[in-house]
Design a protein around this ligand. Structure first.
Ligand code: PAF
Length: 269
């Protein structure tokens, strides 16, 4: 991978990189489209990274659809699909030196999945070291992940520009996600309520309602009535994830519908 990337650099061709765990949907393909605009060559990685899954999470059953993914990427004309083995990413018999994550990575997703972000930061750094991209593109559905990656790039002065791309949604508003396929037919019908709750909260904020905690509790009540078990629904500053002011806000939510856990978010401003 590095040899190819060095050859590109020598030929003055910029590399745009889209890291994925495969099972590609239209959200991933929108990232590829963005990469194509930014760079001469596009590299997509497919690697289901074990260190970002908790012990009781879905690493083993995470959908692996390599053949179908390759076909979709071929249609997009990407230059390289990088599919490393775990032995390459995590050399055996070697203790993993995890990339440390900032405090904001310990709440929200970090609280629900304590080792998740250090696993994400570590694999993204390793993938950057292999692919040597000028540009890397991440989906905004994983809003907190985008901030963790941006933070790492700043902290380590990595020579890569991070871009984000908007959430791609189904017609009824459900954010595209590989994990949506875990939903039963009945849950799939209930699932758009999560996006509805975000839209309602945003509307209330834009109408000038300043009691954010009341907006949050009303939303939690609404989603819970729709059979969700809410993990968090919170209005935050979109850069720091700290307490929100009167601009640059984001609303973030995660909730379980039976076993599947759905994430979504909406920028207010
Ligand atoms: O967003 C994902 O699919 C993963 O967290 C990533 C960035 C590919 C790292 O494994």
């Amino acid at each position: 991978m590095q040899a190819w990337s060095h050859a590109c650099k020598k030929a003055k061709q910029g590399i745009g990189f889209v890291p994925t765990m495969g099972n590609l949907h239209d959200g991933h393909l929108a990232l590829v489209d963005k990469a194509k605009v930014l760079a001469d060559k596009v590299v997509v990685s497919i690697y289901v990274n074990p260190t970002q899954f908790g012990e009781n999470e879905d690493f083993d059953k995470y959908p692996r659809t390599e053949q179908q993914d390759m076909e979709r990427l071929e249609q997009k004309n990407v230059a390289v699909v990088f599919m490393p083995d775990t032995d390459e990413m995590y050399p055996p018999n070697k203790k993993i030196d995890f990339i440390p994550v900032p405090d904001f990575a310990r709440e929200l997703e970090g609280a629900a999945r304590p080792e998740h972000f250090r696993g994400v930061a570590t694999i993204v750094k390793k993938l950057f070291d292999a692919v040597l991209p000028e540009h890397a593109i991440f989906g905004e559905k994983d809003f907190q992940q985008c901030l963790v990656v941006k933070n790492m790039v700043l902290e380590y002065a990595l020579d890569v520009e991070i871009h984000t791309a908007p959430i791609v949604r189904d017609a009824d508003g459900l954010a595209k996600s590989s994990r949506n396929q875990y939903l039963t037919a009945e849950q799939r019908l209930q699932a758009p309520a999560l996006y509805q709750s975000l839209l309602t909260a945003r509307q209330q904020i834009l109408e000038g309602k300043l009691d954010y905690s009341e907006i949050e509790s009303q939303a939690i009540e609404f989603i819970s009535k729709e059979s969700f078990d809410v993990d968090y629904f919170t209005i935050r500053d979109a850069t720091t994830l700290g307490q929100p002011g009167t601009h640059n806000r984001v609303i973030l939510t995660a909730a379980r519908l039976g076993i599947p856990r759905l994430l979504d978010n909406l920028r207010v401003d």
